[in-house]
Write a protein that binds this ligand. Structure first.
Ligand code: SF4
Length: 301
């Protein structure tokens, strides 16, 4: 039987940046995880699915890889990448224990574009190159830039001999829709615990009118992130690449990293209100604080 590879994905990378110990609890059925319902509702509210579908429509001819199984998705993507010119939606790429799904991947010869699509407004005059007055990356765009930085890092390692370039595709605030009822053409439907977008039949790139998405090159910003430090937890700064590699190794081996106890633990998704009984899901919070502060059950909060 094939052993399942425990990949560090984008979402697990984000989780580890919040607190590395979360990697040990995530996805385990015997641990309480209060984020599961929240993330589904957040995705529904965010509008990202419609924007993602819009991005696909403006790349006609693109091929979607929507298999949930990592190995199947990797195999399909690898086969598509044999072509000289191809656009792939949800392309699956892995390097070692790192795995990403790229919203839109465009290949032309040895040039690869990794395009991350976000339902985030962008105004070229105001937001420019996402840098503040002192040259630092603006905090409201930093998570998106780190997201695409992680993707480019994986793509470069996975696709030697190619030049990989990173882009964010954002909602262009300087444009206004030239078509009435555009959003009604993208209907979000719930299938089990997945959201999908149904596009009104007959919708073509031409029927969408003025393009409402801005494609912004971010290689310079990604270079800054990859050569800099990553904020891990409330107080740590770690070299970005070393942090990614350490998270990937710990997750692949299912090794619990040290907890980072702080006031943020109060909102941790792995926190039960009190010490769980034997038949209840385990509380990551109580394990973390037991380890960090030598707690016993009498210290229950
Ligand atoms: S309880 Fe605190 S230390 Fe433990 S995983 Fe959550 S945030 Fe990290």
């Amino acid at each position: 039987m094939n052993q399942v590879v425990r990949y560090l994905t984008k979402s697990r990378f984000k989780l580890a940046a919040e607190c590395p110990r979360k990697l040990y609890y995530t996805g385990k059925k015997d641990y309480l995880d209060r984020s599961l319902d929240d993330s589904f509702l957040a995705a529904l509210a965010e509008g990202g699915y419609q924007v993602g579908e819009l991005a696909c429509l403006i790349h006609p001819g693109g091929i979607r890889v929507d298999d949930l199984d990592h190995q199947v998705a990797l195999a399909k993507t690898a086969e598509l990448l044999q072509q000289d010119e191809v656009t792939i939606f949800e392309a699956a790429i892995a390097a070692g224990n790192l795995f990403v799904r790229v919203d839109v991947l465009r290949k032309s010869g040895t040039r690869i574009e990794v395009i991350e699509v976000k339902a985030k407004s962008y105004n070229a005059k105001k937001d420019g190159d996402f840098k503040g007055a002192k040259g630092q990356l603006k905090s409201d765009f930093l998570p998106y830039l780190q997201d695409v930085a992680f993707q480019r890092y994986v793509a470069v390692a996975a696709l030697p001999g190619h030049q990989v370039h990173a882009f964010l595709m954002l909602v262009d605030k300087e444009q206004s829709s030239t078509v009435d009822g555009l959003n009604q053409r993208f209907k979000v439907v719930v299938e089990g615990r997945r959201l999908k977008v149904q596009v009104t039949p007959g919708t073509t790139p031409e029927s969408l009118g003025q393009c409402l998405l801005a494609k912004v090159p971010v290689d310079g910003q990604v270079d800054m992130i990859l050569s800099s430090t990553l904020a891990v937890g409330p107080a740590d700064l770690r070299p970005f690449r070393a942090a990614v590699d350490a998270f990937a190794l710990a997750y692949s081996q299912d090794t619990p990293l040290l907890p980072l106890p702080s006031s943020a633990c109060g909102g941790c998704q792995f926190k039960a209100p009190s010490w769980p009984l034997a038949e209840q899901p385990k509380s990551g919070f109580h394990e973390c604080w037991s380890q960090a502060f030598n707690w016993g059950q009498r210290n229950s909060i």
